[in-house]
Design a protein around this ligand. Structure first.
Ligand code: DAH
Length: 345
């Protein structure tokens, strides 16, 4: 029986020595030290011994158990250290490796211009309104004094969704929404920036989707002179001081009188150059006094109040300000183009 103890001890120590990982070591521990393990089995042999023999045998088995326990602990410490070293080696961080470069975006030039225009009008006490791009015919045309059979509908090739719903062709639709919302109460001072859509073929100066900023002021004694002063201030802020503003008679169904507005060319200061085609003037927007019929349709008394309105193409002024010659640059996401505007943000 003593031999059996020695045999178990040797086997256990050998298995411990050979264990190559913590899991394997745990199995060895189970095999030898668990309740049904080999060492416990040795203990159970005691019942076959005489009273005199028992203590000596018990000591022997205990010594065996101690030896195995000690060997297990040592091996466990050794394997634990090795596992930790392996983990440290695999997770080693080389702080000298250069980091990944992130492409930092820039503010889109149209957004730069939108913000600039918003800032300058907010500074004059205007509010900024926004509205739906999918619009009702009612706001885009009817309330803007463009009924179904009106020839002005041909001026704007429209994307219709159904006979009453369309992609708005101008931010003037928002002007109508705001007029209606005001329920005849003045004063109104707002701008409305946003996307608009027309069935145009895209080329260097046309895009089926572009941006406008609408302006609207309604109150007592609002005159064409107020419009001129306001637009001169806007032109000065966008293109630099000293711009002159010129009105040319024009036609829009929702304004009377209607004007087309030119600014003195910021590139040659009005002397004549290739940008202004020698004229010294550049057309930037359409405007006018809100048509009395539009005021009346929206619940205002056109005897008591008057208003001016304008609609400026955001791409157009941005192209003029930064000397951009192709509108498609705004929509083709070429980083080389967009990065130029880093410095203006
Ligand atoms: N809605 C016009 C267009 O898209 C621009 C415009 C002209 C807006 C005169 C106005 C205005 O508010 O008064 O061509």
């Amino acid at each position: 029986m003593n031999n059996r103890v020695e045999q178990v001890r040797q086997e256990a120590l050998q298995a411990i020595a050979q264990a190559s990982g913590l899991e394997e070591l745990q199995q060895v521990r189970n095999t030898y030290l668990s309740k049904k393990g080999a060492v416990q089995e040795l203990m159970s042999l005691m019942r076959n011994l005489s009273r005199e023999e028992k203590p000596a045998f018990g000591q022997l088995v205990n010594a065996c158990k101690d030896a195995v326990t000690k060997a297990l602990e040592e091996k466990q410490a050794e394997l634990g250290k090795a596992a930790m070293n392996a983990r440290l080696a695999s997770e080693k961080l080389d702080i000298t490796v250069p980091g990944d470069r992130f492409e930092i975006g820039t503010v889109h030039p149209l957004m730069l211009m939108q913000r600039e225009i918003e800032d300058l009008f907010i500074g004059m006490g205007y509010k900024v309104a926004e509205g739906p791009e999918v619009e009702l015919d009612h706001y885009n045309f009817e309330l803007a004094n463009i009924p179904k059979d009106h020839p002005a509908r041909d001026m704007q090739d429209t994307f219709y969704i159904d006979p009453n719903t369309l992609l708005r062709t101008h931010t003037t639709a928002m002007q109508m929404r705001e007029l209606e919302k005001a329920e005849g109460k003045t004063p109104i001072k707002l701008i409305c920036p946003g996307k608009v859509y027309r069935r145009d073929d895209d080329d260097a100066t046309h895009s089926h989707q572009f941006m406008q900023v609408e302006g609207l002021v309604v109150g007592e004694n609002v005159t064409l002179a107020d419009l001129k002063g306001t637009l001169t201030y806007m032109a000065d802020t966008i293109f630099g001081g000293g711009r002159k503003v010129r009105f040319r008679p024009s036609y829009f169904p929702f304004t009377e009188p209607s004007v087309e507005v030119d600014v003195s060319c910021p590139f040659c200061n009005g002397k004549g150059c290739s940008v202004c085609k020698g004229s010294g003037w550049i057309e930037i927007l359409g405007a006018g006094m809100v048509h009395p019929h539009v005021l009346e349709m929206n619940g205002f008394d056109s005897e008591k109040c008057s208003g001016f309105a304008f609609g400026v193409g955001l791409e157009r002024v941005t192209m003029l300000k930064y000397g951009i010659d192709d509108i498609r640059n705004f929509y083709t996401n070429d980083m080389r183009f967009l990065k130029i505007f880093d410095r203006y943000d």
